[in-house]
Design a binder for this molecule. Structure first.
Ligand code: HEC
Ligand code: HEC
Length: 456
């Protein structure tokens, strides 16, 4: 007590304003004790070094099955056959480049394979069991996702395309930024037309940063921020998505994916094996063939009951949960940018701190809740409780390194934003006032905020 009084009076004598006594938020260790100092292409691939032999082995087995290129069955390599019959890509890593996120265009300027086009139909007869387990009604002919590739003697479902139109955002100081509006489409449809009323929803691959820590945030700490009726009248509500947990066969809080439609790393990994690569597992035992896709249904199966065993699937989830979060760079230099992140109310959705159930304080910059982001970002598709204009706040840790890992990366759920600045300028709905405040900043302040975002 005496010491702090003394410090205070000394500060007053030295003429310090109350500002200097304000605690500078220290985000340096974004992942708490799960942080790693690394700015290389491998920054998202550094994991816990386990001394226990079994855990060590599990980590490396998981890493192997995350990286490995799968092949069509039957093949001489039994461990990694079972790809397809229909699929989008041959490995997890092909979409999650260096464990990072995807971008909308590839080197040739065409739609990149890491953007999947999901299909749903709100107009056909809605089946309660399908909605309970999947959260939406898939297209009856093509299923829940367009497969752009296929095994021998089977037709891929379609080619996926994107084109853009453009508009401009002009700041008060006269500087302007071009924004692009993506238009996704299908061509070379091999199984007839989509059902009338089916909608195409694009999803960019997310990065693999800090997944294990997100899973360990106590549910009540996420639910604390729910304000469905906006009772504090700040224009920001925040809703939890409740989804189907395939392991417990019950409803659970959705923390992962763009619409918060997956409850756990394990379930999302199994769903990815199934939807993206046609690899069956005890969690998703069926091959991904619709009723009308006969050749797909009759295609060669791998010799085992499942293409990937539960043990290997568990290892992939274990590997992802063990990955560390890169530290913030030059924390002090970016403290003013960090302050702007608070004053612009970005932090109301991109929550800066949580403490995990094992006592680790982390800074993911997400509340893991759904927010209405306005019509521009509406994808015409509801998923479980998430409406078509609602999206889960994406965590921002790792943001500043994403271009380093994948030079083609772009931002937002459909990858329309070529830069962080464009991503902010697309914020609407509950985030409209935040965007307007950003737009009203001076160039110097905008640079400071973007500097901060590039440092995390
Ligand atoms: C064809 C591209 C593609 C492949 C292959 C792929 N993913 Fe993904 N991944 C995505 C997309 C797109 C999303 C976002 C999905 C959504 O929001 O609905 C995603 C999201 C995820 C997430 C959720 C991350 C978060 O922050 O919420 C995890 C975990 C994941 N993928 C793991 C895997 C694993 C494990 C594999 C391999 C078995 C894999 N992915 C293969 C494209 C892919
Ligand atoms: C109302 C909640 C909310 C507020 C306020 C908000 N955001 Fe977001 N932010 C989101 C959601 C939800 C998305 C995902 C939208 C989508 O992809 O369609 C997002 C996406 C982003 C992205 C893209 C991330 C990626 O990986 O693609 C960035 C960058 C971002 N926000 C920064 C900011 C900044 C900076 C501010 C303050 C000026 C801010 N946000 C205010 C909810 C919010």
């Amino acid at each position: 007590m005496r010491i702090s009084l003394l410090t205070l009076s000394t500060l007053m004598v030295l003429g310090c304003s109350s500002d200097t006594q304000e605690v500078v938020k220290n985000y340096e260790n974004l992942g708490g004790k799960m942080s790693v100092e690394d700015v290389s292409k491998q920054a998202f691939s550094k994991g816990v070094v386990y001394e226990d032999r079994d855990l060590h082995e599990q980590f490396y087995q998981g890493r192997l099955f995350f990286k490995t290129a799968w092949v069509e069955a039957p093949a001489s390599t039994k461990a990694r056959d079972g790809l397809g019959p229909l699929f989008s890509s041959i490995s997890c890593l092909a979409c999650h480049v260096n464990n990072g996120g995807g971008g909308v265009l590839n080197k040739k300027g065409e739609l990149d394979r890491s953007v999947v086009l999901r299909l749903s139909n709100p107009k056909i007869e809605q089946d309660a069991e399908t909605l309970k387990k999947g959260g939406f009604m898939p297209d009856p002919h093509y299923g829940a996702q367009v497969s752009i590739r296929s095994n021998t003697n089977i037709s891929a479902e379609a080619k996926t395309n994107v084109s853009f139109t453009y508009k401009r955002h002009t700041y008060k100081d006269g500087k302007s930024v071009e924004l692009r509006i993506p238009h996704f489409s299908l061509s070379k449809l091999a199984y007839g037309a989509l059902e009338d009323g089916s909608v195409i929803s694009p999803r960019r691959a997310l990065s693999m940063v800090g997944l294990g820590e997100i899973e360990k945030i106590p549910e009540q700490d996420i639910l604390k921020n729910v304000d469905e009726k906006d009772s504090d009248k700040d224009g920001i509500s925040g809703r939890a998505n409740y989804v189907y947990d395939i392991v417990t066969d019950s409803s659970a809080l959705g923390r992962f994916t763009w619409k918060g439609s997956a409850p756990s790393v394990l379930q999302q990994s199994a769903a990815a094996f199934s939807n993206d690569m046609g690899i069956s597992s005890p969690l998703f035992p069926q091959e991904n063939c619709s009723k009308t896709q006969e050749a797909c249904r009759k295609a060669n199966k791998s010799r085992d009951e499942f293409d990937i065993t539960k043990k290997r699937l568990d290892a992939v989830a274990f590997y992802l949960r063990s990955l560390k979060v890169p530290q913030q760079r030059e924390t002090l230099k970016h403290s003013e940018g960090a302050k702007l992140f608070t004053t612009l109310e970005c932090v109301k959705c991109h929550k800066d701190s949580f403490t995990t159930c094992d006592g680790n304080t982390i800074h993911p910059f997400s509340d893991f809740l759904l927010h209405d982001m306005g019509e521009d970002l509406d994808d015409a598709r509801a998923e479980f409780l998430a409406s078509s204009s609602e999206w889960r706040t994406p965590p921002l840790w790792g943001l500043g390194l994403s271009k380093k890992l994948n030079s083609l990366v772009s931002f937002l759920h459909d990858g329309r934003a070529r830069s962080i600045e464009e991503a902010i300028l697309w914020h609407g709905g509950e985030a409209k006032s935040s965007r307007e405040k950003f737009s009203a900043l001076s160039v110097d302040e905008r640079t400071k905020l973007l500097g901060f975002l590039n440092s995390i």
